[in-house]
Design a protein around this ligand. Sequence first.
Ligand code: NAD
Ligand code: UDP
Length: 310
Amino acid sequence: MKRVLITGVAGFLGSHLADRFIKEGFHVIGMDNLITGDLANIEHLFPLKEFEYYHHDVSKFIHVPGELDYIVHFASPASPIDYLKMPIQTLKVGSLGTHNCLGLAKAKNARIIVASTSEIYGDPTVHPQNEEYWGNVNSVGPRGVYDEAKRFQEAITMAYHTYHGLETRMVRIFNTYGPRMRLNDGRALPAFMGQALRGEDITVFGNGDQTRSFCFVDDLVEGIYRLLMSDYHLPVNIGNPSEITIKEFAEEVIRLTGTSSKIVYKELPKDDPKVRCPDITKAKEILGWEPKIDRAEGLKRTLDYFKNKV
Ligand code: NAD
Ligand code: UDP
């Protein structure tokens, strides 16, 4: 049985990845320190003998007994309000945490995939963003703690590949949504759905003209799994190129929920990217991957989840 370590396993994406690896017949070793995660996301895995859980901060030395075939490093605060609240932990898990995971991968002769992000493109001047674009990040701005940690993560992962010959993969994840997001994590979708379900005003930041491209979690997990199993070591964008303004997105949530909530406009956070859309040519060519679940379907499935949480 192949063995995989998943860091950030109790989070939104980590828990879905754990489900996928279990389904593929892996032994999954999950690790988390629960700073933004929730054991409820993985409680269904605890009875399985194919699953073990370690409560551990991966920014500290990681010890895992036995062999490892793969490491999936997803630990990190990911929502802007989380990483603004925990700037040092965010910088540490992207740098020291990644270094520890790479060291462990080298010691165990394991292949590693690290969770990078569309945020490494910052407030982009190239649109849509392809992997050759180097980005436009304000290192000392509020989002710099996340963006620069992830940029360092890519640089050190590349160095372990070229210097140590480690088998590395890097996925640049664009905005993803679905069941197991935290209603109060501050990201647009849970914020809008929570407000709609409670009949509160929907808070659109700025004038709502900024764009994002939202990918349903099942599509993302498929792309990540294919990338890990591929032989491609350079970064690959995984996201849904269907781009929408945040105002239109809020209107979609209002229509779907049938709420009487109205949109109110709040101040746009500093350095909030004006546009974001993945160029997924590489994912299509190298992985034969493209998203299958459109927003209408994905939002419906997500709403079913949130209905029981409000
Ligand atoms: P999340 O907050 O739901 O999950 C992150 C998990 O990591 C949590 O369970 C948290 O407790 C854990 N964690 C954080 N620091 C840790 C540490 N030092 N040691 C051990 N565990 C730690 O976030 P998510 O949306 O699931 O994101 C997962 C990964 O994907 C992150 O690396 C994030 O940067 C990346 N990503 C996510 C998105 C997205 O749209 N969700 C987009 C781009 C990149
Ligand atoms: N946003 C918003 N209202 C909210 C939360 C977010 O208008 O209550 C906006 C935010 O300013 C950004 C977009 O929605 O332009 C997506 O924000 P999110 O935090 O989901 O992700 P990111 O900015 O990291 O892409």
